[in-house]
Design a protein around this ligand. Structure first.
Ligand code: GLA
Length: 415
C-alpha cells in the first residue's frame, strides 16, 4: 500500500520568501514587494461561463507569488523557479497578440507580460516595465488555474507599483476596480497566451473571499459572497489531482466553445443562458452533437442555481448535503456524456470516490485531465482518498495528489 500524496500549500511567508530570494539572486537588488494570487476550484457551474451562466468557485490556499519592482523603461525581465537559469526579456513596446510578429512564445511569461500589455490597451498605460521573480505552489496543469494565479498576482502588483488604484486590499477588496483587473488578466490569457477561456478563473482569483464561495453570474460578471464553511458541519471538499495532462490551448476547449456559439446562432439567442426550453432547442438544433452540448449547458445552469439556493438556505446538513452531492454527480455525468470533456482518469477518480462514500464527486475546471472534487464527511476523507489511490494503483497509473480545499483569500499583498 503506497502512501497518500498530499499537495499542501506553502504558507504566505514561505511563498513570499521564495519569490523574494529568487528575485535578489537573479537581479541583485531588493524587490519593491511580493504579491500573490490563489488558484481555484469550481464547486459547480462548469463550461457555462462563456455561455453567460452562473459559476460557484472558491479560492484555494495554494498561491502564486510574484516579487516585483518597476523599471524606468518599458522592458520586462522575468525569472521563475521553473526556469531558474534563464531570464526572459520582453519589450512592452513590441509584444503583441498570439499569431502576430510580437507574439510571446514562452508560455508562462505571456501570462505576466500580457497583463501589462492588456492594462496599456485598457487605457491605464503606458505602464512602466518591471523585473519579476515567480514562485508558485498551485499545481501546474491540474485544472486549478495556475495560469490565472500568475496573471492575477501580476495584476495586483502592477496596480500597486503603477498606482492604478483598482485593487483595494486583500482585507477590503475594491470589487469594481477588480473587475477591470479581471478583464486585463483574461485578455492576457485570451490574446497573449492564446487560450480562449471565459472569465471564471481570473474572477475567482481576484474576487473570492476567505471562508466564502463566490456566486458569479457570467451574464454581467456580478458576484455575491456565499458563506461556505464545510468544517462547521463536519464536511470537507477533497480535490483529487489526477495528474493526467491538461491543456486548454489544444483545440478541444475551443471546439466546445465553437459548438456553443453555433448552437446559439441557430437558436437565435445571444448566449445559451437565454435558452428557455431545452427540448424545443434540441429539436431545432437537429444534430445530436449540438443538442447534447446545449443540454449540458442548460442543465448545468439549472444545477448551479439550485446549488447556490441550497447554500442560501443554510449549512449543508441533513437532506441538503445529499441534494448537493446529487447535483455534483449529475454535473459530472453531463460533462462526461453530453459535453465530452472528461477522461478515464477523471471518471475513475469520481467513481471510486462515490463508491467509497462521497456524497458527490465531479470533475472540476476545463477537463481533459486535471482535477476532480469530492464532497465528503470529514471522517471519510482518508478512506475516500485511499480508494481513489488504490484504483489508480490497480491500473498502473501514477499516484494522484490530494488537496483539502478550504476557501482562501483573493489576490493581493498579504500583510
Ligand atoms: C477553464 C476555463 C474557464 C472555464 C472552465 C470550465 O478553467 O479557463 O474559463 O470555462 O474551464 O468551466
Amino acid at each position: 500500500m503506497t502512501a497518500l500524496v498530499w499537495a499542501d500549500a506553502a504558507t504566505p511567508e514561505e511563498g513570499a520568501e521564495q519569490a523574494a530570494a529568487l528575485f535578489r539572486e537573479t537581479f541583485d537588488y531588493e524587490p519593491r514587494g511580493v504579491w500573490s494570487a490563489p488558484g481555484r476550484v469550481n464547486i459547480i457551474g462548469e463550461h457555462v461561463d462563456y455561455n453567460g451562466g452562473p459559476c460557484l468557485p472558491i479560492a484555494l490556499p495554494h498561491r502564486a507569488f510574484v516579487a516585483l519592482s518597476p523599471r524606468a523603461d518599458r522592458m520586462v525581465r522575468l525569472v521563475s523557479t521553473q526556469t531558474r537559469a534563464a531570464v526572459d526579456v520582453l519589450d512592452l513596446d513590441t509584444l503583441g497578440p498570439k499569431g502576430t510578429p510580437g507574439e510571446v512564445t514562452n508560455h508562462w511569461t505571456a501570462y505576466l507580460a500580457g497583463v501589462a500589455w492588456a492594462l496599456d490597451r485598457a487605457g491605464y498605460g503606458p505602464l512602466r516595465g518591471f523585473d519579476a521573480a515567480l514562485w508558485s505552489c498551485v499545481p501546474l496543469g491540474a485544472g486549478l488555474s495556475s495560469s490565472a494565479a500568475l496573471e492575477c498576482a501580476t495584476a495586483v502588483a502592477l496596480d500597486e507599483v503603477c498606482s492604478l488604484g483598482l485593487a483595494g486590499t486583500v482585507e477590503a477588496p475594491d470589487d469594481e476596480g477588480r473587475k477591470v483587473l479581471v478583464e486585463a488578466a483574461q485578455a492576457a490569457e485570451n490574446q497573449i497566451a492564446g487560450a480562449n477561456t471565459g472569465g471564471l478563473d481570473q474572477t475567482a482569483s481576484l474576487r473570492c473571499r476567505e471562508g466564502h464561495a463566490l456566486a458569479l453570474d457570467c451574464r454581467d460578471m456580478s458576484t455575491r459572497q456565499v458563506p461556505f464553511d464545510l468544517g462547521a458541519v463536519g464536511l470537507e471538499l477533497l480535490v483529487i489531482d489526477t495528474r493526467a495532462k491538461h491543456s486548454l490551448a489544444d483545440g478541444q476547449y475551443g471546439s466546445r466553445r465553437a459548438d456553443c456559439e453555433e448552437s446559439a446562432r441557430i437558436l437565435g439567442v445571444d448566449q445559451l443562458v437565454d435558452v428557455e426550453d431545452v427540448d424545443e432547442a434540441s429539436a431545432a438544433l437537429g444534430g445530436e452533437r449540438l443538442a447534447a452540448r446545449t443540454r449540458h449547458v442548460v442543465s448545468e445552469i439549472a444545477r448551479t442555481r439550485a446549488f447556490i439556493e441550497l447554500l442560501d438556505e443554510g449549512p449543508l446538513e441533513g437532506v441538503r448535503v445529499a441534494v448537493a452531492g446529487a447535483l455534483m454527480n449529475d454535473s459530472h455525468d453531463s460533462l462526461r456524456d453530453d459535453y465530452e470533456v472528461s477522461c478515464e482518469e477523471l471518471d475513475v477518480a469520481v467513481e471510486a470516490a462515490r463508491a467509497a462514500g462521497a456524497y458527490g464527486a465531479r470533475m472540476t475546471g476545463g477537463g481533459f485531465g486535471g482535477s476532480a472534487i469530492a464532497l465528503v464527511s470529514a471522517d471519510a476523507v482518508l478512506g475516500v482518498a485511499r480508494a481513489v489511490a488504490d484504483a489508480y494503483e490497480a491500473r498502473g497509473w501514477q499516484a494522484p495528489h490530494f488537496i483539502r480545499a478550504l476557501p482562501g483569500a483573493p489576490a493581493g499583498r498579504l500583510s
